[in-house]
Write a protein that binds this ligand. Structure first.
Ligand SMILES: CC(C)(COP(=O)(O)OP(=O)(O)OC[C@H]1O[C@@H](n2cnc3c(N)ncnc32)[C@H](O)[C@@H]1OP(=O)(O)O)[C@@H](O)C(=O)NCCC(=O)NCCS
Length: 166
């Protein structure tokens, strides 16, 4: 299958909400439990706020259903921080290991260069070796450690902040 990224539109909000529910069932490496996943209304506002560069939101669909999301936001529009962008990615489990994650990171780098972003940041669970390997492959480096970052199934887990400098 050829995977094609498309910009998300507000009409995708329900689809995105359902995708987030699915991801929360499939992995513990997202920030929410299934019952807390962003509502359709929240998804709509996420997509709305991604309309304006340097923010962006892309998805990949299979048979009309979202199987991948990429959402990036800048911290704020202030001069001192507008060189930074933060992103989150997720791929439905059935499609892991097929190069989609790599495709997403290439898109992140491409969008960042277009928008004069010189620092791309993210936070990842230290146990998420697949994701960490992916980020390192593209030159992301570890910047810091967040102890007791998330409580997952009763266990405190450590987070790692990573950054790519362009
Ligand atoms: C992390 C995630 C985005 C990776 O997506 P993916 O489509 O599987 O990534 P790719 O197929 O492009 O593989 C990327 C790299 O991951 C690593 N990788 C792939 N399969 C792996 C495996 N079984 N074990 C360890 N690393 C693996 C490799 O370094 C690979 O690069 P390579 O193929 O050039 O060697 C995906 O697993 C996911 O959505 N996970 C759940 C949500 C999540 O963790 N999001 C990130 C939160 S920070």
């Amino acid at each position: 299958m050829i995977y094609e990224l498309e910009p998300m539109i507000v009409e995708d909000a329900k689809n995105l909400h359902e995708f987030f529910n699915q991801i929360a069932r499939e992995t513990n490496f997202v920030t929410f439990e299934e019952f807390e996943s962003p509502s359709e209304k929240v998804c709509k506002s996420i997509i709305e706020s991604a309309k304006e560069a340097p923010n962006y939101a892309y998805c990949i669909k299979k048979d009309g259903k979202i199987i991948t999301s990429l959402i990036a936001t800048t911290r704020n529009g202030r001069l001192r921080e507008r060189h930074k962008s933060n992103f989150g990615i997720a791929v439905s489990k059935k499609h892991w290991g097929k190069g989609i994650g790599s495709l997403l990171i290439e898109k992140v780098i491409d969008e960042s260069k277009k928008n004069s972003i010189s620092k791309i940041t993210l936070k990842v669970n230290e146990k998420n070796t697949r994701a960490i390997k992916l980020y390192k492959k593209y030159g992301f480096e570890i910047e810091g450690i967040y102890k007791k970052d998330r409580l997952v199934n009763g266990v405190m887990e450590t987070g790692i902040s990573m950054a790519l400098f362009l």
